[in-house]
Design a protein around this ligand. Structure first.
Ligand SMILES: [Zn+2]
Length: 145
């Protein structure tokens, strides 16, 4: 008798430094700060992120393989649930800070943190200057002194 295979989940490898891992309650002053933090984590963990819902009260950034309305035959999207939810704190009607309110680190697909994969990703997204600069920063930071 075959036992049903439990849903497999994937998270970052042991090589990802703990201080890079998003945690609930972490505070950022701007959306870009929060987005870049998650982006950096994703870079090391081996997935890609995209900006998702943007509401007055919160913003969400999710794995590019999320997607509820995707057919089973669609190749890339797996309905992945990995995302972070950034709740806005308001002071005088203006967003003063953003807090990681929900952090879902589990993916339903394997993660591929290989430098060549990231380079390919970069080649396909060469209009995204922010990401490119960001990747450059990461690479520079890996140069031994
Ligand atoms: Zn994912």
């Amino acid at each position: 008798m075959a036992t049903p295979t439990p849903t497999r989940v994937y998270t970052q490898g042991a090589g990802v430094a703990l201080h890079m891992v998003p945690t609930e309650g972490k505070v950022f002053s701007t959306y870009d700060d929060a987005y870049n933090f998650y982006k950096r984590y994703a870079y090391h963990a081996g997935f890609d992120v995209k900006k998702s819902r943007a509401k007055k009260a919160f913003h969400e950034v999710c794995c590019t393989r999320e997607g509820k309305h995707v057919s089973k035959r669609t190749s890339k999207k797996t309905g992945c649930k990995a995302y972070v939810k950034l709740m806005h704190n308001f002071v005088g009607g203006v967003v003063s800070s953003r807090v990681m309110d929900v952090v879902e680190l589990q993916h339903n697909h394997s993660l591929t943190p290989s430098p060549s994969a990231v380079k390919k990703m970069r080649a396909h997204k060469n209009r995204d200057d922010t990401v490119m600069q960001f990747v450059d920063t990461i690479q520079e930071s890996h140069v031994p002194l």
